[in-house]
Design a protein around this ligand. Structure first.
Ligand SMILES: *Cc1c(COP(=O)(O)O)cnc(C)c1O
Length: 393
């Protein structure tokens, strides 16, 4: 396990916050509807293996990834529960899908036919296009759906769709979402009437949980909400008590004084101005996934509980900070780029907004060069464990 003492920069994964969020989200779903944990893109930059292992321990029974390699990595790490691949897998990879017992999304009719043509029994979920027009068989096309059921190698275990404007509270977007939902459920009933068993069903992602009434499905696929942040700072209809799971930290490598008028960094883009400034270099850069524009967008960090502005241009592996407000700042100090430091917090939503992006992008781009340091995980997380602890004392 990676330890902080040896790291120059790292991602901190709070397993207790993750388990807490899984519990809150599960409780926010309709009876009979369970959480499918979306752990694609290295669990949105949080570390897919430790995140999925802990969620499995806490009773999560289904996981979603984006691609075959992510699914195999989870199997190798001991995830035994259902793993659904949400994205495309080349039909040539059918033997691996089978070997690793992964459930594949059928992206459209041609994909289904090509997968089936490999002649290998495959567990699949059919994606239905209810209006996003990205992946899926057009939801109204019952004949195309029936043709998928006629393909013997495809074992259709589920049917799902994805909402494209459920994050918006604008009336026309809410209407659009209602039409997507209606089309989805109508298609499911028409399938059943034809004797086509949809199996497991799912349509909500995080914003479908935040903004929609309870949905009568098997699963809800939560990604960003599971990590305790919203995609942006916009409002949601339901308030869920979620906790940020990730902190991003790095160490100060060196501190120096800049005399008045002196510049620092590439292009000497930071200038000391009329008075001397204390400048620190921290050991993290854009190669770690930080947006290069962050210092110019008002980027700041927490150092010894104080907010310090980023300075000059972000380098590939270094970040300059104006630490004039923290005279004790010294090499070896830990800076927080996302997360809490004492009583202060820097939220991922704020950082993402500064760079005109969403937290999903900001977090999922945090690079593999940043080791994952795991915190917590010893708090009881299943109901049984909690009851055992409560009754013992
Ligand atoms: C990424 C993804 C999700 C998770 O979305 P969040 O908004 O992060 O909850 C759910 N479903 C599909 C199909 C996805 O691609």
């Amino acid at each position: 396990m990676t330890d902080i003492a040896r790291s120059r920069a790292w991602r901190e994964l709070d397993l207790d916050a993750l388990a807490h969020n899984a519990r809150i989200l599960s409780a926010a779903l309709a009876p009979g509807c369970s959480l499918m944990a979306v752990v694609k893109a290295d669990a949105y930059g949080h570390g897919a293996v430790p995140a999925a292992r802990h969620l499995q321990r806490c009773g999560v029974r289904a996981f979603a990834v984006a691609c075959l390699a992510e699914g195999i990595a989870l199997r190798r790490a001991g995830i035994g529960r259902q793993i659904l691949i949400l994205g495309y897998t080349a039909p040539e990879q059918a033997p691996l899908l089978r070997h690793w017992d992964l459930t594949q999304t059928v992206a459209d009719e041609a994909h289904g036919a090509a997968l089936a043509a490999r002649g290998i029994p495959l567990s699949v979920h059919l994606a239905l296009d209810t209006g996003m027009h990205r992946l899926g068989i057009p939801a109204g096309d019952l004949s195309a759906i029936a043709r998928m059921y006629a393909l013997k190698p495809l074992q259709i275990r589920g049917v799902f769709s994805h909402l494209c404007v459920s994050d918006s509270l604008a009336e026309e977007d809410r209407d659009y979402t209602r039409r997507q939902l209606q089309l989805f459920y109508e298609t499911l009933s028409r399938m059943r009437a034809r004797g086509l068993d949809p199996g497991e069903t799912h349509i909500q992602a995080s914003y479908g949980i935040w903004n929609l009434p309870l949905q009568p499905c098997t699963w809800a696929r939560a990604g960003i909400a599971l990590y305790g942040v919203a995609s942006d700072e916009g409002p949601t209809l339901r308030a869920l008590d979620l906790r940020p799971v990730l902190s991003l930290r790095a160490r100060v490598a060196s501190v120096r004084t800049l005399q008045r008028g002196e510049g620092a960094g590439y292009g000497l883009a930071f200038r000391a101005g009329d008075s001397p400034r204390r400048i620190a270099a921290a050991a993290i850069g854009y190669a770690d996934g930080l947006p290069r524009s962050l210092p110019q967008q008002g980027g700041e960090v927490l150092l010894r509980g104080t907010r310090c502005p980023m300075a000059g241009r972000l380098c590939m592996d270094q970040l300059l900070l104006d630490v004039t407000a923290v005279p004790e700042a010294a090499a070896g100090d830990i800076i927080t780029l996302i997360g809490r430091d004492g009583g202060t917090e820097l939220r991922a939503e704020t950082v993402a907004a500064r760079c005109s992006t969403i937290t999903n992008e900001l977090l999922s781009r945090l690079g593999a060069r940043l080791p994952v340091v795991v915190r917590g995980g010893s708090t009881p997380c299943t109901r049984k464990e909690r009851q055992a602890e409560a009754s013992s004392g």
